[in-house]
Write a protein that binds this ligand. Structure first.
Ligand SMILES: [Mn+2]
Length: 269
């Protein structure tokens, strides 16, 4: 019985299969943990989502920005971006099934040994893990509700960029969606930045810091597993902050981590 964590798959079905074969993954015995962005951009989102939904008893995933975007597209709230390669999924007879399977997935998961959490983007400035739990459960409830289309139509927005207990409820919801699925950098005073996707080492990063360098003591006793940030290539300089998106869809590699023995295996694209 092993727990394996894999970073953003983004519809790269062959890469996923290669990773599972490499570790001799066995459904029913092992558990596969995914950092979200299961689909979009890669060459076979339909097979990827079919496989994950059909093996749901051994799969635990959080939702990423691409997964939420697909839900908006599948509900006619957003247009299909041709670059996403999602048309076969949209045209599938199982679309309603995939849509409902995806919207039942959480934004936050507790790690296998309760040592911390996993979310697609991370833990935003000024939030404790407890606050993340609270807002993840509010978003999850909205996504699972009968009128979830309303939620999807209202969740988008680049503001507010900073958490404040005096924000309106809708502002808090938009902030939470962005915090769980879109954030990478923030300012030293805790404002989220949504435009910079570079590496923290790059000159483009300027005075911005990665979200996990904001009050890093938050991670002294809480581990955090995340994806979403390919340019980071898993380099966080903090053993408790574990970044698993290593840009397979962009030609780099897929990272698969054995939770119990901390071993990381790389599958080249
Ligand atoms: Mn993402």
């Amino acid at each position: 019985m092993a727990d394996y964590f894999i970073g953003d798959i983004q519809g790269c079905f062959a890469g996923l299969q290669k990773a599972l074969a490499t570790v001799q993954f066995e459904h029913g015995r092992d558990t596969l943990w995914l950092t979200g962005d299961l689909i979009a951009r890669g060459d076979d989102s339909l097979s990827t989502l079919s496989f994950l939904a059909d093996h749901e008893s051994s799969v635990r995933t959080v939702l990423g920005n691409h997964d939420l975007h697909f839900l908006a597209v599948a509900n006619g709230l957003k247009n299909v971006n041709p670059k996403d390669n999602l048309q076969p999924l949209i045209d599938s007879a199982r679309l309603p099934y995939f849509r409902d399977w995806l919207r039942a997935q959480p934004l936050l998961l507790a790690l296998p040994d309760e040592s911390g959490f996993m979310s697609h983007a991370g833990l935003p400035p000024l939030w404790s893990p407890k606050k993340a739990k609270k807002w993840a459960s509010i978003l999850q409830e909205s996504l699972r509700s009968a009128d979830y289309r309303q939620f999807l139509s209202e969740m988008y927005g680049n503001k507010p960029v900073k958490w404040d207990k005096n924000l309106t409820r809708q502002e808090k919801i938009t902030f939470s969606v962005n915090a769980f699925t879109r954030m990478r950098f923030c300012t030293k005073s805790g404002e989220l930045d949504f435009s910079n996707k570079s590496s923290p080492k790059s000159s483009e990063a300027n005075s911005l810091i990665p979200w996990f360098e904001f009050e890093p003591e938050r991670f002294d006793t809480t581990k955090w597993v995340f994806g979403h940030w390919a340019a980071l290539m898993g380099e966080t300089q903090n053993p408790n902050v574990i970044g698993l998106d290593t840009g397979f869809v962009w030609g780099n590699y897929l990272t698969i981590m054995h939770w119990q023995n901390h071993q990381k295996i790389q599958i080249s694209a």
